[in-house]
Design a protein around this ligand. Structure first.
Ligand code: NAP
Length: 311
């Protein structure tokens, strides 16, 4: 029987582990198959406090992980496949095991939204990508398109100019959603061009991506653009399939929590992108992970009739 199982190994899950570990709960953390989560796909985190020179996403993951291990977290490279959270003990089944636990912290993050257009699925890895840090290098001196107008699209678009000869950002409106500082950087960047009021209707090619079919949202005009690759950054979907029917979700599929990261089930907490559709930053994920770790400690003290500081 475990005191707490943490599902997910991004900044939220690992921070929860650091706090639960320091509370002597010996947390078990299921890392999932993509250790470190989305932060590891970021080349340079410039806005995580304490690192004025910036920090690589994978480097951050390694630091978080060693800190969690230092305080007694057992990290298991395994994927949770089924949960029963409504009964006590709570059960978490994985690809390789079955665990029983008093409390669960859900930190499963989110994954990139798809355009769901013809050619998208077919050309994944052949010119369609959702990760500039992973795939940007393959487009050295090429022409790539970025779809989206938020922080991710601009951040990643700017990153891609390190490799690509030209980056065309295609946005469905004539106004960007991204922060002002990123807008300024992108608009000043000589390698970046914008196509406004336009959606991608089809990704076309033979063996790999060769061109896009575009539609102007105002005039309805159809055009084609020759390109070598397309990076899609149009937001994220929370990873909640495992919890459907047990944990309450909002209209965007984010887990509903109160301000103490409590879900609708006592002893089950959610932190990071899986419950946050607004901020989605490494620092806010870590902050909510801290809350979940402390709440799990409080919950276990309560069910065992022990004193908890501040109660
Ligand atoms: P986002 O802010 O939700 O932006 C998604 C963008 O994609 C929007 O411009 C949206 O257009 C567009 N879009 C959505 N669905 C589309 C579709 N089907 N076809 C075409 N365009 C579509 O998502 P995000 O950029 O991934 O950012 C998510 C969160 O992470 C935000 O809170 C952001 O601040 C944060 N983030 C921060 C940083 C940073 O601080 N450096 C970096 C990355 C992400 P509309 O504008 O028309 O809705």
């Amino acid at each position: 029987m475990h005191e707490v199982i943490i599902i997910g190994s991004g900044p939220a899950g690992l921070t929860a582990a650091i706090y639960a570990g320091r509370a002597n709960l010996n947390p078990l953390l299921l890392s999932g198959l993509e250790r470190g989560g989305q932060v590891t796909l970021t080349s340079d985190l410039e806005n995580f406090p304490g690192f004025p020179e910036g920090l690589g996403g994978f480097e951050m993951y390694q630091l978080f992980e060693s800190q969690a291990k230092k305080f007694g977290t057992e990290i298991v490279f395994d994927l949770a496949t089924k949960v029963n959270l409504k009964e006590d003990p709570k059960i978490v089944k994985t690809q390789n095991n079955e665990y029983h636990t008093k409390s669960v912290i859900i930190a499963t993050g989110s994954n990139p939204k798809k355009l769901n257009i013809p050619g998208e699925k077919e050309f994944i890895g052949k010119g369609v990508s959702y990760c500039a840090t992973c795939d940007g290098f393959f487009f050295t001196d090429k022409h790539v398109v970025v779809v989206g107008g938020g922080n991710s699209a601009l951040d990643e678009g700017i990153f891609l100019t390190r490799h690509a000869a030209k980056v065309t950002i295609i946005h469905r409106r004539d106004r960007l959603r991204a922060d002002a500082i990123l807008q300024e950087r992108a608009l000043e960047n000589k390698k970046i061009e914008f196509i406004w009021d336009t959606v991608v209707e089809e990704i076309m090619g033979d063996q790999a991506v060769e061109k896009l079919k575009l539609k102007n949202t105002k005039s309805g005009e159809i055009s084609h653009l020759d390109i070598d690759g397309v990076f899609i950054f149009i937001g994220h979907n929370p990873n909640v399939d495992l919890f459907r029917g047990q944990i309450e979700l909002d209209e965007n599929d984010n887990i509903i929590t109160d301000r103490r990261t409590r879900t609708n089930i006592p002893g089950v907490y959610a932190c990071g992108d899986v419950q946050d559709s607004i901020y989605r930053q490494a620092i806010t994920a870590a902050g909510s992970g801290c809350q979940s770790g402390m709440e799990a400690e409080r919950y276990i003290a309560e069910i065992e009739g022990k004193a908890y500081p501040g109660k």
